[in-house]
Design a protein around this ligand. Structure first.
Ligand SMILES: *[C@@H]1O[C@H](CO)[C@@H](O)[C@H](O)[C@H]1NC(C)=O
Length: 351
């Protein structure tokens, strides 16, 4: 957190000066504050300044896209030069889907031991604004010769996928040129901006067409009861809270401190553990696969303690990791709160 603040201060300081001054001290190859990865190629507006998204691809792997495919991520870190996404236990590697036409190879994220993509953080000046930025310069595909670069090549649904082009490669696939990009670290001090419903829809459609199917809600309550008793792990169930409301109470998301999603392993326990480890008081699951964390719940978003209110989260949105549990509803959160020591830990009572 100290590192994060000093980086923000450094970047903010650079913004007010008239020209970009590159600090002389070199950067290490670990970044322990959360960031998003932006791609830049100022001469290619179709990809310039877009962000890397993670797309669930089976076996826990995440494929990497820019454009309207995948889920925006705000919590990447760099460990020994390797991009990590800790909530999903994956890191960026290169391998597979070698193309005979342009000799590029896919870059994706996995928990397995494939050769990693290794980057070196380096100060540079933003091509549009001249502000100081930190780029992830590509160093090597582990166990391969140094050099080469990362590029993005057009893929389905108007997206581009991330690929590696080897040193000296001049081959181009004329149907889908792999555009060389610079990867830029964008620190995420404030998590995450409101997700618009159109983003949400395209994510949903893409996921259901190409990854392992998530069954649609059945409308039948699960066998485990309307909520999960997490009191043994120190969380009480508060109720079913409204979420994603366009009201004038300032927030679109009810909990906006941190988030992750899983198409095969979401449970209320996993979400509470994630939020707790991230230092948040509230944890809420939604829409079978999402986990949201925060430190407060606006007065307009408090869950009702009526059976009718509870029913919004007992409508067949079973957790992707445990079909006996409910994980929220469509724009409703199954809301849990960490119990503070000493006052007992009891779930809300619904009447
Ligand atoms: C932009 O992409 C083109 C095509 O891959 C490449 O030739 C050029 O070097 C790239 N520009 C930058 C700044 O990376």
């Amino acid at each position: 957190m100290v590192a994060q603040r000093s980086i923000s201060a450094l970047l903010a300081g650079a913004a007010v000066s008239s020209a970009c001054t590159i600090p002389t001290e070199p950067l290490g190859n670990n970044i322990d504050y959360s960031f998003r990865a932006q791609v830049q190629n100022a001469s290619r507006p179709e990809v310039h300044n877009q962000y890397m998204n993670l797309f669930e691809a089976g076996g826990g792997d995440r494929h990497l896209f820019i454009g309207p495919v995948g889920v925006p991520t705000y919590d990447l870190t760099l460990v020994g030069g390797v991009i990590n996404h800790v909530p999903n236990g994956v890191r960026a590697v290169i391998g597979g889907e070698f193309s005979e036409i342009d000799h590029t190879t896919k870059m994706f994220m996995t928990g397995r031991g494939d050769p990693r993509a290794v980057f070196q953080p380096t100060y540079a000046c933003n091509p549009d604004t001249d502000e100081l930025q930190i780029e992830l310069r590509f160093v090597t595909w582990q166990d391969h010769p140094e050099g080469g670069h990362i590029c993005v090549r057009s893929a389905f649904d108007n997206s581009h996928e991330f690929r590696y082009s080897p040193p000296g490669n001049e081959l181009i696939d004329v149907d889908r040129e792999c555009i060389k990009v610079t990867l830029v670290v964008i620190p995420t001090t404030d998590l995450p901006p409101p997700q618009t419903s159109s983003t949400r829809t395209s994510t949903t459609l893409s996921t259901s067409t190409t990854s392992t199917a998530i069954s649609t809600p059945t409308g039948n309550p699960p066998s485990g009861g309307p909520f999960t008793d997490l009191t043994a792990m120190g969380y009480r169930f508060l109720g079913c809270a409204p979420e994603e409301r366009w009201t004038d109470d300032g927030a679109f998301r009810t909990l906006s401190g941190a988030t992750y999603s899983s198409d095969n392993a979401m449970t209320n326990e996993a979400c509470a553990a994630f939020c707790g480890e991230s230092g948040f008081r509230y944890a809420g699951t939604e829409w079978r696969r999402e986990c949201w964390c925060g430190n407060d719940v606006a007065p307009t978003r408090q869950p009702a303690t009526t059976l009718a209110g509870l029913a919004h989260c007992n409508d067949g949105y079973r957790c992707t990791g445990d079909p006996t549990q409910n994980c929220g509803g469509d724009a409703w959160l199954s809301l849990y709160e960490r119990c503070d020591g000493g006052e007992g830990c009891e779930n809300a009572i619904f009447t």
